[in-house]
Design a protein around this ligand. Sequence first.
Ligand code: TRP
Length: 432
Amino acid sequence: MNCKRFLTGITPSGTPHLGNYVGSIRPSVQASRRPEVESFYFLADYHALIKVDEPARIQRSTLEIAASWLAAGLDPERVTFYRQSDIPEITELTWLLTCVTSKGLLNRAHAYKAAVDQNTAAQQEPDANVSAGLFMYPVLMAADILMFNAHHVPVGRDQVQHIEMARDIAQRFNHLYGEHFTLPEAAIEENVATLPGLDGRKMSKSYDNHIPLFAPRAQLRKLIAGVLTDSRAPGEPKETEGSALFQIYQAFASAEETAALRQAYADGIGWADAKQLLFERIDREIAPMREHYTALMAAPAQMEQILLAGADKARQLARPFTAELRRAVGLRDLRTSTTATKATKTSKAALPAFKQYRERDGKFYFKLLEPGGRLLLQSAGFDSPQDAAGAMALLREQGAPALGGLKPALQEVAGVSAEDIATALRQLVASE
Ligand code: TRP
């Protein structure tokens, strides 16, 4: 219950390469195994539409990236792994957020400003070739993050501004309509290497210097043979500093293996031998995953099913939360009582409620019910009514953060998620 939520999106616009693996896939899969972390990973295919207008490429990339993450060890039972476009609530939230986002905020987004600067430099209209989708990109991204109340968003530096914008948008919404959103923070992995590519510059598709993550063995060997080196002959000592080959090796090797290669450089290892070592080291890590990847790529029906199951899990949270947000902004059932003022407080009629009672065992209990009567929380027996009332008061005042301390006094309720409970408590706290 005191879990931290991590969420990150991957835009399906190409084939994953070793740089993506070292910089994002591998650390994320490792982080997803930490017990105190609840992770959300998704394929940001709505985002892909902003830059890709080849439908087949988006479909192919979605399959490749999903298969890559699973092959690299992501466990879809443990994390929530889904495709953005399977969650229609995200587009709905995008609109709610759009209406509280100032246009000026979006004018300042780096990606948009860069496009305008480029156009201006080329003496074109400032907005030439800028789609409204590109302009709105940060709002869609805010919806991704805020929908699941993520605390931490692991991203590269280029995305930090987007997380800050998501915070601004969340704050604005909370100010207008009550505390609905957690304010997210960017989580930048400081000790994750940026992998150099074949030419020594950062590995990137746009430099055409990348090695596809699951290139077949023969192709992997061939590509590695093309890593840029200097022209020192076998027997001459080599520099590790600035050696792309060395840096790539280091991203895969243990400290001892790296030390051994450093020694081999000093001893004058030939480049062909060094490349063979690099090839073998990478292949040792990748080969088992490659086999898994190939099997997954050959089973698109299975992949589809995994993503749909993930969407199902995600929508268990997205659906009730969207209902809460719709109520908050005034998109409401006409039968509920209307309040003339701004919706800073949820209308009483729609609030969850605590009930206190005494059982035949002589003990005092309480439960928390949704407006519709569904049971959300069930206490254990208290010896006195004051003890039960004290626990309820704590939940009313503090909301979900009080749950941790009260854990021994609560019973499990089947089929109720932590998010359902948190949502109900948030509504109660906001109405105090
Ligand atoms: N914009 C991100 C990128 O290009 C992808 C993305 C979309 C994302 N929605 C997100 C990342 C939400 C983190 C959280 O890398």
